[in-house]
Ligand binder design. Structure first.
Ligand code: NAG
Ligand code: NAG
Length: 273
């Protein structure tokens, strides 16, 4: 006990979205099969397979992807793709159709491809995830003022913020962890975590690190800051009054969501692609 003090959370959500961002917000949900057809269970008369490739793909928010749906059916009667994502180009060859999907923004989207062969319909499903690991995780050099250190960690250009956990470690031990699942912004964001750590002799010269972790339906992505050492100063016990006022603002998460910036970044991405 004793290492975790009561925390108070200060949240500032600076949404720079001039409106119109919410229209792009889409829910990822399994789309119903087209025309009511659904994949037949295996073990029925016409033996043919349907494959989708890749089955799982992670793209930057707003990115695009090609999915290749192939089958062993020599003469398909029908084939298609069921998705809520925007469609782009289509390429066809013997036994396969490749579909382009554009502007992937939902953190997880199911895409179902189907082929009808000799009266039977079979399908295959792929999952597309949009995410961007923090471009940088920066822990500022800890500042010792009065009886506490201020630890400040910046994560830049990260998406989706709601699937992010930010953790501070002191000498390998977790001293603070926050799950940002309340934040459902559809844009890239900068996140700043501020934490006040009471200065204690035994922590002098210990190493602090900041960690970001995504858990996207099983895909775990981690990034860490460079380690910083807690500075040592002459020990002076803080007056009581100071200690009690500082408790009101122990931890803060600052989230800066940049719709304008996001668009610029996406433009750069599409030019680079
Ligand atoms: C799609 O998959 C088939 C079968 O694996 C392959 O022959 C074809 O080249 C692929 N097409 C594209 C565009 O990748
Ligand atoms: C996020 O941080 C980066 C790097 O510090 C900066 O260039 C960018 O403008 C920031 N974006 C927003 C929305 O504040």
């Amino acid at each position: 006990m004793g290492s975790l003090l009561p925390l108070s959370l200060l949240l500032l959500l600076a949404a720079a979205d001039p409106g119109g961002g919410s229209a792009r917000r889409r829910r990822a949900a399994a789309a119903p099969g087209p025309g009511g057809s659904s994949p037949a269970p295996s073990g029925t008369s016409a033996p043919f397979w349907v494959r989708i490739s890749p089955k799982f793909k992670a793209v930057p928010p707003g990115g695009s992807v090609w999915l290749n749906c192939s089958s062993s059916c020599p003469l398909p009667e029908d084939s298609g793709l069921s998705t809520r994502l925007r469609r782009g180009g289509t390429l066809r060859g013997p036994g396969w159709v490749s579909y382009q999907l554009l502007d992937v923004r939902a953190w997880s989207s199911e895409v179902h491809c189907f082929v009808t062969c000799a009266g039977q319909t079979r399908g295959a499903t792929a999952t597309i995830t949009a995410y961007k690991r923090p471009q940088r995780v920066i822990l500022e050099p800890p500042v010792l003022a009065g009886s506490e250190y201020t630890l400040r960690c910046h994560l830049t250009h990260v998406f989706p913020v709601g699937f992010l956990v930010v953790t501070l470690r002191l000498g390998g031990r977790v001293i603070y962890s926050e799950n940002l699942k309340r934040h459902t912004s559809p844009d890239l964001a900068n996140v700043t975590l501020t934490y006040k750590l009471p200065a204690r002799r035994r922590d002098f010269r210990q190493t602090v690190t900041c960690h970001a972790r995504f858990n996207l339906d099983g895909l775990v992505v981690r990034s860490s800051s460079a380690p910083m050492t807690l500075p040592v100063l002459a020990w002076s016990p803080a007056p009581k009054a100071l200690a009690s006022t500082s408790i009101a603002a122990l931890v803060g998460i600052l989230l800066v969501v940049g719709a304008t910036y996001c668009r610029k970044w996406l433009l750069m991405q599409s030019r680079g692609a």
